[in-house]
Design a protein around this ligand. Structure first.
Ligand SMILES: [Zn+2]
Length: 78
C-alpha cells in the first residue's frame, strides 16, 4: 500500500496496486490464444520479459473511494 493523491477524495489516500491483463491483440479462438501465448513466451525469453510487461495495465485503486487510475508510466510503484 502507498499513499497517493486521489482526485475524487481530494487528498492523499491509501492506494493498492492492481494489474490487469490487456485485451489480447490476437483473436479469441483457441488457436489464436495459443499463438499469443507462444509469442509472449518466446519474446519473454528473448527480450528479457519486456513483451510480457506490455501485456498488462497497471492500476492503482484508492482504498477510500475505489477509484481506479491507470498507471502505465513505468515508474516503480512502492
Ligand atoms: Zn479516493
Amino acid at each position: 500500500m502507498a499513499k497517493q493523491f486521489c482526485e475524487t477524495c481530494g487528498k492523499q489516500t491509501e492506494h493498492r496496486e492492481w494489474i490487469q491483463q490487456k485485451p489480447s491483440m490476437y483473436g479469441t479462438s483457441r488457436k489464436e490464444k495459443l499463438k499469443a501465448f507462444l509469442d509472449g513466451f518466446f519474446s519473454g525469453w528473448g527480450g528479457g520479459g519486456a513483451a510480457a510487461i506490455d501485456l498488462v495495465d497497471r492500476y492503482v485503486i484508492c482504498q477510500a473511494c475505489g477509484r481506479k487510475t491507470l498507471q502505465n508510466h513505468g515508474e516503480q510503484f512502492q
